[in-house]
Design a protein around this ligand. Structure first.
Ligand code: ZN
Length: 114
């Protein structure tokens, strides 16, 4: 019998495929939208049902991610998570500045104003 640690390692990367529905311990339910290189390392982009897209490092994220099962309810959309410019989701960048936090969708990633 494999130890639980071995099983967990064997399954750790099952989720790293575009289109895979997952549950993240912190971010909730979501779907992998892309897997690829980011700043020289492998990364996974996940659109979470709460309204944000996160770029995850598989090495650090895998212990917190599992494949979604039909029993997993959608994580509730957070009404506060939306693009400051247009209101769209997912929010792909969140920037904390002197005037507070600003967040933007993919189309408005350059809209940050200090
Ligand atoms: Zn926008």
């Amino acid at each position: 019998m494999p130890s639980p640690a071995t099983v967990s390692e064997a399954n750790a990367e099952d989720w790293l495929q575009e289109g895979t529905a997952i549950v993240h311990a912190t971010f909730g339910t979501g779907r992998v939208v892309r897997v690829g290189p980011y700043k020289g390392a492998r990364a996974a982009w996940v659109d979470f049902d709460r309204g944000y897209r996160k770029t995850l490092d598989p090495e650090y994220a895998s212990p917190h991610v599992r494949l979604r099962s039909p029993a997993d309810a959608d994580s509730a959309l957070d009404p506060a998570i939306k693009c400051d410019a247009c209101g769209d989701r997912p929010v792909v960048v969140t920037i904390a500045g002197a005037g507070g936090t600003q967040q933007f969708c993919e189309a408005h990633t350059t809209s940050y104003r200090p």
